[in-house]
Design a protein around this ligand. Structure first.
Ligand SMILES: Cc1cc2nc3c(=O)[nH]c(=O)nc-3n(C[C@H](O)[C@H](O)[C@H](O)COP(=O)(O)OP(=O)(O)OC[C@H]3O[C@@H](n4cnc5c(N)ncnc54)[C@H](O)[C@@H]3O)c2cc1C
Length: 525
């Protein structure tokens, strides 16, 4: 075998997967048909859940240094400010990163590429996957085309298709990419301009004829402007920013003053999902598996989470610690996430781009009022933050999730990302950040109001146990998220709850670990 995992594509998804696998001791080869990293910004919004994953990867501080934290989103209707979503205030008790970090995709790729190089692995650029064979046996044979036009073959135990919307891995395996293109053409411009946008925050302008999004970028008066190309110009060749300025100004009036445009691009978007995310030894992740409108800044972030979901499972299977049946849970968990994402972004997108005059009236008169009213309720604010930040993604229906009787409906349940808490880990010790204590290369058992019996699986090199002492500060924190005492939570390496119950019982945990995780319960190393 030339490698354990061949990763096709060194965009954000492939780089995340490579990092996560290498950290867990898996041999990878990562290839990309391009000559080097992309210089285009493309995605700009990094969500809180991605930042939580970056912190385990050791790159969050650099990302925060480079990016801009948008702690609020402002909704404007016909040029008047109608509502503000206070992301910072809402998310403060949900995530250590209660904002949308504005950081270009190129910077994200650079940070992940550097982290990978520090782990001793580099991307093989100018290398394109052109064929796959021998899928039946214990390996896949991949044909790679090199820069000089010649081909070579390598064998890999597994192949990860992180190769974007036109995925060769998906096409060679004959997996349908169901969906359709939208009729609209988007434009994206990195500009220097002044106007009445709220500085350092996200600004969403709704007009009768469409919308404009303004993302604050690094530097003074730098904004990423996103909108739709006016219908009459959709087919125009060589469209420039100057062509769309009149349409922006017609809506924004004289309030906007353009100084410079450093990048302008147009693109037609599709909403599509692969019918399966796996074919035997090949997986699909990121844009290879799902594409949708950029509404909500979810695309790149979803690909990164696909990688985070697959990596720990693949690493356990490659190392022989778990049966390959564990991998069935990848598409079982990630297809529902993609389905929900596509239907939400599709509904939101259709509403904000509809050219129907009634829809325009609804958008600018009714929608903004509903949004403003809704955002005055704490529960709705929290739901909005959880949805946008991807901290609310759960796998409750996965066969890896088991919630035993007695766990209240309002507490974290199996499949949920375990809540971010600040706890005392020692009697009379300091209050510490739970997420900073989690080791995402192992399972974590959190034990409340009881002691942990001897002999709990999985083996100790895969398990970290924290018995949380009784303490008024801990009681307050647990009460805030309705976690009862006694109780226990077995977290998967990706921070989602696998097993939740009241009384810790070695036999029940053993049944879960071998029966659901397909993990060997003996042989601690
Ligand atoms: C204008 C724009 C704005 C966006 N804004 C946001 C945003 O704010 N937030 C957000 O989350 N998302 C956003 N997105 C979406 C985001 O850019 C994508 O979801 C993201 O790039 C997907 O990453 P990926 O790694 O899955 O695929 P890609 O980035 O497409 O990477 C795939 C890689 O595979 C390589 N490749 C392809 N075929 C082969 C082959 N046969 N052999 C070898 N290599 C191959 C390609 O060269 C490429 O480098 C935006 C997209 C666009 C276009």
């Amino acid at each position: 075998m030339d490698t354990d995992v061949l990763i096709v594509g060194a965009g954000p998804t492939g780089l995340m997967l490579a990092n996560q696998l290498v950290r867990r001791g898996v041999r990878v080869q990562i290839i990309d048909r391009h000559p080097g990293p992309s210089l285009q910004t493309r995605a700009l919004g990094v969500q809180a859940r991605t930042l939580e994953i970056y912190s385990h990867l050791g790159i969050v501080d650099r990302a925060l240094e480079l990016g801009k934290r948008a702690t609020g989103a402002n909704i404007w209707s016909l040029g008047k400010k109608a509502a503000r979503i206070p992301l910072g205030a809402i998310g403060r008790s949900i995530s250590p990163y209660p904002y949308l970090l504005i950081l270009g995709q190129d910077d994200n790729e650079r940070l992940m590429g550097n982290a990978l190089r520090e782990r001793g692995v580099s991307v093989n650029w100018n290398t394109e996957l052109v064929g796959l064979s021998s899928q039946e046996s214990d390996h896949v044979r991949a044909t790679l085309k090199q820069q000089d036009g010649t081909t070579r073959e390598i064998t890999a135990a597994w192949v990860a298709g992180c190769d974007g919307a036109h995925s060769a891995v998906r096409e060679i395996n004959g997996i349908a990419f169901q969906g359709a293109p939208y009729e609209h053409v988007f434009f994206v411009a990195d500009t220097q301009l002044t106007g009445d946008m709220v500085a350092e925050e996200l600004n969403v302008y709704l007009w009768r004829e469409g919308f404009h999004l303004f993302f604050p970028m690094r530097g003074t008066n730098h904004w990423r402007l996103v909108g739709i190309v006016p219908a009459g110009m959709r087919e125009k060749k060589g469209l420039t920013f100057d062509d769309v300025i009149p349409s922006v100004q017609r809506q924004a009036g004289s309030g906007l003053s353009f100084q410079k445009c450093t990048w302008f691009s147009t693109y037609r978007i599709h909403h599509r999902r692969a019918e399966r995310f796996r074919d035997r030894r090949c997986f699909l992740l990121g844009d290879a598996a799902h594409i949708h409108s950029p509404v909500g800044a979810q695309g790149m972030n979803t690909g990164l989470q696909d990688a985070y979901n697959l990596a720990w499972k693949l690493a356990l299977v490659v190392s022989g610690r778990a049966d390959a049946a564990l991998l069935d849970s990848y598409e079982e968990e990630r297809i529902p996430v993609a389905k929900r994402l596509l239907s939400t972004t599709d509904r939101a997108f259709s509403l904000i781009v509809s050219a129907n005059p009634l829809a325009g009236l609804f958008r600018t008169r009714v929608l903004v009022k509903i949004a403003a009213l809704a955002m005055s309720f704490t529960a709705i604010q929290r739901l909005a933050f959880r949805t946008i930040s991807q901290t609310g993604i759960h796998y409750r229906d996965s066969h890896l999730s088991e919630t035993q009787a007695g766990i209240p409906k309002t507490a974290a349940r199996a499949g949920d990302r375990f809540p971010w808490l600040k706890l005392k880990f020692q009697p009379n010790g300091p209050v510490e950040d739970l997420y900073a204590k989690l080791d995402d290369t192992r399972f974590t058992l959190l034990v409340f109001g009881q002691s942990a019996p001897e002999g709990l699986p999985p083996p100790r090199d895969l398990l970290c146990i924290h018995t949380i002492p009784a303490d008024p500060a801990n009681d307050r924190e647990l009460a805030r998220v309705n976690i009862p005492r006694p109780s226990f939570y077995l977290l998967r390496p990706d921070g989602h709850v696998g097993l939740a119950g009241i009384q810790l019982d070695v036999a029940a945990v053993t049944r879960y670990v071998s029966g659901r995780l397909h993990l060997a319960t003996q042989g601690a190393r």
